[in-house]
Structures are given as structure tokens and as C-alpha cells.
Design a protein around this ligand. Structure first.
Ligand SMILES: [Zn+2]
Length: 277
């Protein structure tokens, strides 16, 4: 694939001997396939984002898949095709199910997600590039454009693979409201951390976050909040850390890292106008 970013889909399809069909009409497709696959598909048809049909050698991305997700879903399906122990006739990618399942199928899904990230971010290339930039949510958002990946998957890969100590918390609206001021309460969906963070810091985070936290109060429509935090080291002592929060209106992303003095000023990227409130 040479030095091209984003990863060219067409070249990868040629490599793995698949074709991509255009926008898929799920109902027509469901009628055309075998009983077993049909039963699988009927469960949550409107949630299906992508499909792999290894008999017909076709990758489908469904018409309602948001543009920002298409690339990740595409390479997820490619992942099933190239991992030798994934002997599947069909795969269908459903948003939430494919991300956090823990059964055997869940293991395959995690592997396909991992492969998708590796193909999109071209392994070490992303890490090497990210190293030159400030450790910040803004950097990850900049890279999501560059590598044609969703904000969510880029932030996750960024935190997991960063060579500095950092961790990403992904929060969802819990549906509960703070009775005092009517503000939203968020629940922790999952967290990921870099290798250096895990070796040094406590990763037992709270499960719920409301307006009593500055990084929740500071959430704004078009900008990244930045504040300070106390990190707890594994030996029980405290360390100074930096916390950032940002929301894409579906999830809240919280990036926590060590507040270390930088000897070389890292590159910064500008993704929002400074006139934001
Ligand atoms: Zn899958």
C-alpha cells in the first residue's frame, strides 16, 4: 500500500480477492441468502452496518451506515476475510454488538475490530506520527480526518497505542437526571489505557459522572474542555494529571494523561474556531 493515507480500499479488496457491492438493500439481500444467515439477519436488520458474504466474495456496506463509520466497518469485514481461523460464511456488523461481546463470536469480532484498526491506521505509522503532536483529544480528531476513521475508533486507537501514559473513558447518557438541577448523569461504557498508563496508574474509575465534575460541566458543543486532575499511582501516591473532555453528541470522551513538562514543544492542531463560547 506504499505510503498512502487513508488506506486505499480498492487495493486491499484486490489483495484479498473480494469485491464491494454498492449500497445494499437489506431486504432484497435477506431474501437471496440461505436460511441460517437469514435467521441471523432478521434479528436487528436496521442496525446492520456491514456484511461479508464469503461465498459470493462480496463486502456490503448498508445504505444507512453513516459516512464516518463506513471505512471502519469495511475493514472489519476485510479482517474476517484475512484472519485464517475465521472460517465464516457470513458476517454482519452491528454497531454495539460487535464492539463489546465476550463470547466466542465476540472474540472474532474483537479480532476483526483490531485488524480494522491496524489496516486503517497502518500499525506503527499512526503511532509514530502521533508522537510528534501534543497528547490531546484535538490531535486524535485531526488524525481521524487524515486516516478517514470515525472519531470514536480514532480516539480509542490513539489512547490504546500512545507511547505516553494516557487513558480514554467513554461515557454514555445514563438516562438519569440530577434532581437538583436537571442535568444529565453519564455512565462509564468502557475505558482503555496505554501500556505506560496501566503500568503506573490506578485504572479503577468511577461508574457514574454528573455535574459535580468540572469536566462534565465544561462539556461544550464545539470545543474541547481541558482541566487538571489528581491521578492515583499504583504505589498509592498522587500525581498531577491533565483531563480533557469532548462530546460528539452520542458519547462523551474523556482523555486523561500525565501532566509532564515537555522539553520539546509538540505540534498542535487547530480543529475548532477560537470564537466558540
Ligand atoms: Zn464481524
Amino acid at each position: 500500500m506504499g505510503s498512502r493515507v487513508p488506506t486505499p480500499q480498492k487495493d486491499i479488496l484486490d489483495c484479498v480477492q473480494l469485491v464491494e457491492a454498492g449500497n445494499l438493500d437489506l431486504e432484497n439481500y435477506r431474501r437471496s441468502i440461505g436460511d441460517r444467515a437469514r435467521a441471523l439477519l432478521t434479528s436487528g436488520m436496521n442496525k446492520v452496518l456491514g456484511l461479508l458474504d464469503t461465498r459470493e466474495k462480496i463486502v456490503h456496506i448498508t445504505a444507512h451506515t453513516p459516512p464516518t463509520r463506513r471505512n471502519f466497518v469495511f475493514f472489519h469485514e476485510i479482517g474476517h476475510r484475512i484472519i485464517p481461523w475465521h472460517h465464516m460464511d457470513y458476517d454482519y456488523f452491528e454497531d454495539d454488538k460487535n464492539i463489546l461481546r465476550r463470547d466466542i463470536k465476540g472474540q472474532f469480532e474483537a479480532e476483526a475490530n483490531y485488524t480494522s484498526s491496524r489496516l486503517i491506521f497502518q500499525g506503527q505509522r499512526f503511532q509514530k506520527e502521533a508522537r510528534d503532536y501534543e497528547l490531546s483529544i484535538k490531535t486524535a480528531l485531526f488524525f481521524s480526518e487524515r486516516y478517514d476513521s470515525s472519531y470514536h475508533s480514532t480516539l480509542r486507537y490513539y489512547a490504546e497505542t500512545h507511547n505516553g501514559p494516557c487513558t480514554l473513558l467513554v461515557l454514555l447518557d445514563s438516562g438519569d437526571i440530577n434532581p437538583n438541577d436537571g442535568s444529565k448523569i453519564y455512565k462509564l461504557w468502557y475505558s482503555v489505557a496505554s501500556e505506560k498508563f496501566i503500568k503506573k496508574y490506578d485504572t479503577n474509575f468511577l461508574e457514574r459522572f454528573g455535574n459535580d465534575f468540572e469536566f462534565i460541566r465544561g462539556l461544550k458543543k464545539d470545543g474541547v474542555f481541558r482541566g487538571e486532575i489528581n491521578l492515583r499511582m499504583l504505589d498509592g501516591t498522587d500525581a498531577r494529571g491533565q483531563i480533557e473532555s469532548w462530546t460528539n453528541q452520542y458519547e462523551v470522551f474523556v482523555l486523561i494523561c500525565e501532566a509532564a513538562p515537555k522539553l520539546i514543544k509538540p505540534k498542535t492542531v487547530k480543529v475548532f474556531s477560537d470564537t466558540a463560547p
